[in-house]
Design a binder for this molecule. Structure first.
Ligand SMILES: Cc1cc2nc3c(=O)[nH]c(=O)nc-3n(C[C@H](O)[C@H](O)[C@H](O)COP(=O)(O)OP(=O)(O)OC[C@H]3O[C@@H](n4cnc5c(N)ncnc54)[C@H](O)[C@@H]3O)c2cc1C
Length: 385
């Protein structure tokens, strides 16, 4: 809260509490009341009583005004202090992943803040775990336009997140334990990766909930006005279990792919596709929520988006070939216009593109390593999320 008061023009009102609050912000009504009473012709005793009543009523009114005003500030998303949101719904996508929908607890005008972030690139916000006073970053999913299409109303100011419950993770476990209606404090936006509107080819290599930034990239790059050239976006999405991408069918893979795994801790390679269980849902028409969103975006932007699915438990893993198939098909261009973005758990990013590094309290990109380095790609910007 402190930092918010520093940023806000009204900060000194808060820091110095009620006295100055009243004299600054609400001075017109107070002065008006006093002025009126001083010109009254009532007898002195009655005048004192009346003045007290008017002042008390004024103070109560001002208290309510400032409480409302302060609440509004508290739900104003900003990068310096935590804003109060409320959990509106938690919709399971699989046994571990759910989509969380949050909206400001009190009236706030956050659309401009969101819009600025959407125009800049991939962004996240930090969620607070209040008991432990720790925070973790989560990536907003693009807004659904359903309400608009169906003639309904969009929920104003709401944000959606795909959050995986880590059975041993402090913040994700806490978030999954919350009841609908619970207060959640978030801070942001934090821009993770700027995306230039000039970009014309994007390969997204996503692991698990790392699909959220890929959905963001689609939203950022393909919302361009009709007539403007739109980029090609290809997504390679790896999941531990089929339930996380239920009903997802690959666009460019002829069959189950892959020889190598990003998973650095097991011996899944050795099992190989020959011993793999059959995909549990290949014949099913049922689709998970994120697969549905991808399908909808593909229909909305025909020919711009392709998605290939990989599932650990089916022994299908992203291999170098899936990367080069896309990079070799892309038009020759400069590195500014062609991006490979890798997003997901740390082990996944390390395997695909090498470690990120910490220096002077900041997490930096580090050099490109892993699978992508071995491919020796030229004229591609590589970004690790
Ligand atoms: C920019 C960004 C965006 C992100 N977006 C999303 C998103 O949209 N959705 C999403 O689900 N996640 C996202 N994440 C990941 C998220 O921020 C958290 O890292 C994740 O939810 C785990 O946090 P946690 O507090 O639950 O787990 P933590 O408590 O941080 O634990 C992480 C892992 O470490 C292990 N661990 C913890 N302590 C120990 C210990 N002492 N010894 C051994 N192992 C230990 C835990 O078992 C767990 O597996 C994002 C991360 C970043 C950086």
């Amino acid at each position: 809260m402190q930092s918010f008061t520093v940023r806000s023009p009204g900060h000194c009102l808060r820091r110095q509490c009620c006295g100055l609050k009243v004299s600054r912000r609400a001075s017109p009504p107070v002065l008006q009341v006093r002025h009126n009473s001083s010109t009254s012709s009532s007898p002195p005793k009655k005048r004192t009583w009346l003045r007290l009543t008017v002042v008390s009523l004024g103070a109560a009114g001002l208290g309510a005004y400032f409480r409302t005003h302060q609440d509004a500030q508290n739900s104003q998303l900003n990068p310096l202090s935590f804003a109060h949101y409320r959990l509106v719904s938690r919709d399971p996508v699989s046994s571990t992943n759910s989509i969380f929908t949050l909206e400001p607890s009190s009236p706030a005008n956050n659309q401009e803040t969101y819009e600025l972030a959407w125009q800049t690139g991939i962004w996240s916000v930090m969620f607070k775990q209040p008991q432990l006073q720790i925070g973790r970053d989560y990536t907003p999913l693009p807004p659904l336009d359903e309400g608009v299409e169906e003639g309904g109303h969009e929920i104003p100011d709401s944000l959606r997140f795909l959050i995986r419950r880590d059975p041993h993770g402090e913040v994700s476990r806490y978030l999954h334990s919350l009841q609908v209606g619970a207060n959640i404090e978030i801070r942001g936006p934090q821009v993770e990766c700027e995306i230039s509107p000039e970009v014309n080819n994007v390969l997204f290599i996503a692991g698990g909930t790392g699909i959220a930034p890929a959905l963001q990239a689609i939203h950022v790059l393909l919302r361009k006005p009709a007539g403007e050239e739109k980029p090609k976006i290809h997504i390679l999405w790896a999941n531990r279990k089929r339930e996380d991408c239920l009903g997802g069918k690959s666009d460019t893979l002829a069959d189950k792919s892959a020889k190598s795994t990003w998973w650095p801790f097991g011996n899944r390679d050795k099992a190989g596709p020959a011993t793999a269980p059959e995909p549990t849902s290949s014949s099913s028409t049922e689709q998970g929520a994120i697969v549905r969103e991808l399908q909808k975006l593909k229909a909305q932007y025909p020919g711009q988006i392709t998605v290939d699915y990989f599932v650990d438990e089916e022994s299908s893993f992203i291999s170098p070939k899936e990367i080069t198939t896309f990079t070799e098909s892309a038009q020759p261009s400069t590195a500014e216009k062609r991006m490979i973005i890798v997003s997901g758990p740390e082990g996944f990013i390390n395997y695909m593109a090498g470690n990120k590094v910490w220096a002077h309290g900041y997490q930096l990109q580090g050099t490109v390593g892993g699978v992508i380095q071995q491919l020796g790609l030229k004229d591609w910007t590589i970004w690790k999320l």
